[in-house]
Design a protein around this ligand. Structure first.
Ligand SMILES: [Zn+2]
Length: 483
């Protein structure tokens, strides 16, 4: 009897186990499928399309599977029943911002560039670099918290390729494109910890070999630090850069060049540069430069604010802007604030004086004029900060940069274009980033104020959406935490 009774009980228990297991699997499947097919509806926003210089009012934007599914008039666009709804009436929506020039191996702190300002007696460069590596997940979050959904690391150690891989794996990170170590015409031995960010090349053959070595890691750019000092043979330097360019292009990799003097920038363009990562700073650009730039369809990144960051930090006068106080790495903000804690004797007053007395008064007006000339000539301008350099902070540095672009006379719509659709060209992903239309990746920002009135309103950020995932900037900053 007991045995007979036992069988159905056992069967029932087995059935229950099976059913529970099936239910579990069903839930897992359902969770995965809803995660993959997450639908978001942003309702009633003014949508800014910088690439078309257009604003559409009272729009509804539907996101599905990490892509823009539809954008239409709020009344005519049907909202899927399962959609997460963001009420964006009275708000502005535009593509996520792209900072086309950063360096993840640097933090913006005093210890980032011992070749320029040597504070090694206080914090070693090895400790500084190790800290920045460990802090990467937080730095990624800080970028997103500033509305930055794409960045280009314009050169660093070979572990830059791990940075790109980490960003692809992370749940909260911008799109990251990278260059490896810079091929340079000069040496920077203080930065060499065994995986140097800057490698001197002395011949065309050496340049080709270094490009080939880096090409195995599939860099997004080969970067050249084209420093031309008095007495250097510019033609010989150009042929070395041309060799690097030829080798890079043969491997399908674009060439980014640091060239800040007019003659050097022209040599870089002749040598095949696709991306000039700084302004021409010493002379106003001329017709020859413009013709070369247009012919090469070069991207021009002015990096207007980075000198000011150095000057303020190295003179002990750096103070965070309101947005830096809230949306930068708090550790770096407190370290930089008025040079707190650092022995005054360590400050390289000659460097800050040189920037204050020479670079800022002489070069800044030329950089502004060249930005106006480049934009007027139809050269594609991209927004980039050179974040990581002393006084230029990952994330909110974009606001200092765009404010300086605006002071140079660039209209807000063109600045937004530089920071979105042109940035997407620099990421080599203009087919899916930098603009909002059906089929594009859902990387966008929701703003509480109109950035076309003032680009400073880009800091009045309500939500950041990356690959269709909605983030609250304040929560991102909490998650980034303090080291
Ligand atoms: Zn740089």
């Amino acid at each position: 009897m007991r045995v007979i009774m036992h069988r159905p009980i056992a069967t029932t228990a087995g059935f229950r186990q099976c059913a529970a297991l099936a239910l579990c699997w069903l839930l897992v499947w359902f969770a995965q499928s809803t995660l993959a097919a997450k639908t978001v509806a942003i309702v009633g926003a003014a949508v800014i399309h910088p690439e078309r210089e257009l604003v559409e009012h009272d729009r509804t934007l539907i996101i599905e599977d990490a892509r823009v599914l539809a954008i239409g008039a709020a009344g005519d666009t049907s909202i899927p029943a399962e959609a997460q709804i963001i009420d964006a009436r009275g708000k502005w929506v535009m593509p996520g911002l792209i900072d086309a020039h950063v360096h993840f191996f640097q933090s913006g702190n005093f210890f980032a560039r011992p070749d320029v300002a040597n504070f090694e007696g206080y914090v070693s460069y090895a400790d500084e670099t190790a800290r920045n590596k460990a802090r990467l997940p937080a730095t990624f979050k800080i970028y997103l918290a500033n509305g930055v959904t794409g960045v280009i690391d314009a050169g660093g150690p070979m572990w830059n390729f791990d940075v790109r891989a980490a960003a692809r794996e992370a749940a909260a990170a911008p799109n990251v494109a990278v260059a490896g170590p810079l091929l340079s015409t000069i040496d920077a031995p203080r930065l060499n910890l065994g995986d140097p960010p800057i490698i001197r090349v002395e011949s065309a053959q050496a340049a080709r070999e270094l490009v080939r070595r880096q090409a195995r890691s599939q860099p997004d750019y080969i970067k050249v630090w084209f420093i031309h000092n008095q007495g250097d043979d510019l033609a010989e330097q150009e042929s070395m850069v041309a060799a690097a360019g030829e080798e890079a292009h043969a491997a399908g990799i674009r060439l980014a060049v640091h060239a800040t003097e007019l003659a050097v920038a022209k040599a870089a363009l002749r040598a095949g540069a696709d991306f000039l990562v700084h302004s021409v700073e010493n002379e106003t650009i001329d017709d020859e430069f413009i013709a070369l730039a247009l012919q090469r369809k070069v991207l021009y990144c002015p990096t207007l604010a980075v000198y000011t960051g150095y000057q303020e930090a190295l003179s002990g006068h750096w103070q965070p802007t309101a947005i830096e106080a809230r949306r930068a790495d708090p550790d770096i903000v407190s370290a930089l604030r008025s040079g707190s804690g650092l022995p005054r004797k360590l400050f390289p007053h000659d460097v800050s004086r040189l920037i204050l007395q020479h670079y800022l008064p002489r070069r800044a007006p030329i950089m502004a004029e060249n930005l106006r000339r480049a934009a007027a000539a139809g050269i594609s301008v991209v927004m980039g900060t050179d974040a990581g350099n002393i006084g230029t902070l990952h994330g909110p540095a974009i606001h200092r940069e765009m404010a300086t672009m605006a002071q140079s006379g660039m209209p807000p719509m063109q600045i937004l274009q530089a920071a979105t659709s042109n940035g997407a060209k620099a990421l080599n992903r203009a087919n899916e980033l930098g603009a909002l239309r059906p089929g594009m990746r859902a990387d966008l920002i929701v703003l509480n104020a109109d950035p076309l009135q003032d680009v400073a309103n880009l800091a009045v950020l309500d939500r950041v959406i990356k690959d269709g995932v909605v983030f609250d900037p304040n929560e991102l900053m909490r998650a980034a935490g303090t080291p």
